[in-house]
Design a protein around this ligand. Structure first.
Ligand code: SAT
Ligand code: MN
Length: 602
């Protein structure tokens, strides 16, 4: 029996089946029994490897094809009727052509297979923020991941009722042919089509495809925002709680910041950090004139390499049960998982992410091809596993934001932290963000590129209009959050990271939140307000920049410095990006901010 009478849902499922011709259709109900059955099926087919039940209960390892390990930006399209609506930095395809092309590829591709129908909600079902999607897929891996990452099952169909609307998602694995891989978005039709991939961001259609690309488009027309941001809450010793949202490009430490453990002396004083989300924020204007944010996801799809007990204890704990690991290494001594950075000692009996025995003697930290785990290997872990998950995680109203933070990987120029002069200037800072590329997307890593608001790969419409939407939102909020920029990645001349990052980022967060209340000083510079070195708490710092060079106040001064000549160059760079890449639709307010920056750096 079909679990819904919603004709639009039934039509979508029927049309999908007509095209892909599966042998059977299975509706996902979100029940434990069905989930267990699917896991057993995936283990039997080899799609999942069952890990040690005692050490990692209900955990599994999955390996993708070697040609399918990351998002593929150059095969990800925004298919609007008018090319200019997708804007200058999205790949665009005519919708008619895109439908035809993907239909051709997907036709008959599920023969001999099962098509799963996943009703899911982004956001808590019943909250004003929540939106429903239906994803059809031929991959059990996708079903099981969606089960962790979103709220899945009959409650979503019930919420849709007889004629509610939803986002249609069609995923067919086909032959995982990289040449025929397409991730298509039709924001004007509430539709996503993904073919020839079976990897994370390309196929868990609730995540980047819906919750960012389609949702950003919806947010613009409906007056809200979908952002590539973590959300965290800080409790002060007096019991007051403040929330922060922060945008960083993929694999730049969002999960680490979202779950940070403050240094010991902060804990002793009574500070606490709690995680509301690690990747996506949906933000609306509340009745009180503030911005309120929810995390529409229900789990974490985090980068595994580098995660360990010290770097991110909370993330590691989150992966201890009910987790699916993708492209990490398998430790065959005890059927647990391993990745670079998990332990100092290298395990001796390991199968690498491609399924081959790994030789620890050949391991060279600097050569990614010798790694046991893929640099973009991931864990899909339920949010409820996280020891520091916020009690507001399931809040229907979300949390009020005191601050918004932008940040990227910058070896030079950008100081550790600075504060914008006002909302519009903050939007300018976000629009001008650059960061070095990471393994989260296919292509070269370590290349500096513009990534406005960390949304370059995720804005579902014209980037100039997206900036204008930010400016418009500023007009709607009576009490806007203050906007900051951080850079944890400054390097010295030998390439050593000058700031320890991780838990020590609490020192910067403290300054940011005190600034929101006007409780701490700053110095006005050409680019905005920068802390004086003595405004940042350095007590009990324990970090060596390099052997025999412990971090001290002079180093802090160095990474807080604003070098006008570098910023004059940066301003030229930003102007080049605006004029040469975004070209039009950039709001006048941002041109004004650029002019001010240029004048300030003279
Ligand atoms: O693969 S995902 O796009 O989901 C992860 C990321 O790149 O942030
Ligand atoms: Mn992300």
């Amino acid at each position: 029996m079909k679990p819904t009478e919603n004709k639009k849902v039934l039509d979508f499922v029927e049309k999908s089946a007509e095209l892909a011709q599966p042998d059977e259709i299975v509706w996902i109900d979100g029940s434990e029994a069905q989930t267990a059955e699917l896991k057993a099926k995936a283990v039997k087919s080899g799609e999942l490897i069952k890990l040690n039940e005692k050490l990692l209960p209900d955990c599994y390892l999955h390996r993708t094809k070697v040609n399918d390990v990351a998002r593929v930006e150059d095969r990800t399209f925004i298919c609007t009727k008018k090319r200019e609506d997708a804007g200058p930095i999205n790949y665009w395809m005519d919708p008619k052509q895109a439908y035809e092309l993907t239909s051709e590829i997907a036709r008959g591709s599920m023969k001999g297979k099962t098509m799963y129908v996943i009703p899911y909600s982004m956001g808590v079902v019943g909250s004003d923020f929540a939106k429903i999607g239906i994803e059809v897929t031929d991959s059990v891996y996708v079903v099981l991941n969606m089960n962790i990452m979103t709220r899945v099952g009959n409650a979503c169909l019930k919420a849709l009722g007889k004629d509610g609307d939803f986002i249609k998602g069609f995923h067919a694995s086909c032959d995982i042919d990289a040449e025929k891989r397409y991730i298509m978005h039709f924001p004007e039709d509430d539709t996503i089509i993904s073919v020839n991939s079976a990897y994370g961001g390309n196929v868990l259609l609730g995540k980047k495809c819906f919750a960012l690309r389609i949702a950003s488009y919806l947010g613009r027309t409906e007056g809200w925002m979908a952002e590539h941001m973590l959300i965290l809450g800080v409790t002060f010793p007096d019991g007051e709680k403040k929330y922060v949202a922060a945008a960083f490009p993929s694999a730049c430490g969002k999960t680490n910041l979202a779950m940070l453990i403050p240094p010991e002396h902060y804990l002793k004083k009574g500070y606490k950090v709690e995680c509301v989300g690690d990747d996506i924020a949906w933000i609306r204007v509340g009745k009180d004139g503030r911005l309120w944010a929810v995390n529409p996801e229900n789990g974490f799809f985090g980068v595994a390499p580098g995660t360990n007990e010290h770097s991110n204890y909370n993330a590691l704990q989150s992966t201890k049960r009910g987790t699916i690991f993708t492209n990490v290494a398998l430790n065959t001594d005890d059927m647990t998982v391993w990745w670079e950075g998990l332990t100092k000692e290298l395990p001796q009996h390991v199968i690498d992410w491609t399924g081959k025995p790994w030789n620890p003697e050949k391991f060279d930290k600097k050569d990614k091809s010798t790694c046991a785990a893929h640099p973009n290997s991931r864990f899909t872990a339920p949010a409820k596993n996280c020891p520091c998950v916020s009690p507001d995680f399931d809040s229907l109203t979300g949390v009020p934001l005191s601050a918004i933070i932008f940040g990227g990987r910058r070896a030079s120029t950008t100081p550790l932290v600075f504060e914008s002069r006002d909302w519009n200037h903050g939007v300018f800072i976000g629009s001008a963000m650059s960061s070095e590329t990471t393994a989260a997307a296919a292509g070269a890593t370590g290349v500096l590129r513009h990534d406005p608001m960390a949304m370059k790969p995720f804005a579902g419409y014209h980037m100039g209009d997206y900036f204008a939407h930010w400016i418009e939102m500023g007009k709607k909020v009576k009490n806007p959050p203050k906007i900051f920029n951080v850079n944890w990645f400054r390097q010295d001349k030998d390439g050593n990271f000058m700031w320890p990052g991780f838990g020590d980022n609490m020192r910067v967060l403290e300054w940011i939140l005190k600034r929101c209340d006007g409780k701490v000083g700053a110095e006005e510079t050409a680019i905005g307000f920068v802390p004086r070195a003595e405004d940042i708490d350095l007590s009990e710092m324990d970090y060596e920049i390099s052997a025999g060079h412990p971090f001290g106040i002079e180093d802090l001064k160095e990474i807080l410095k604003v070098d006008k000549s570098l910023w004059a160059d940066e301003a030229k760079e930003i102007e080049g990006y605006y004029k040469g890449t975004i070209k039009d639709r950039i709001p006048a307010e941002l041109w004004d901010c650029l002019e001010t920056l240029k004048n300030n750096c003279k």
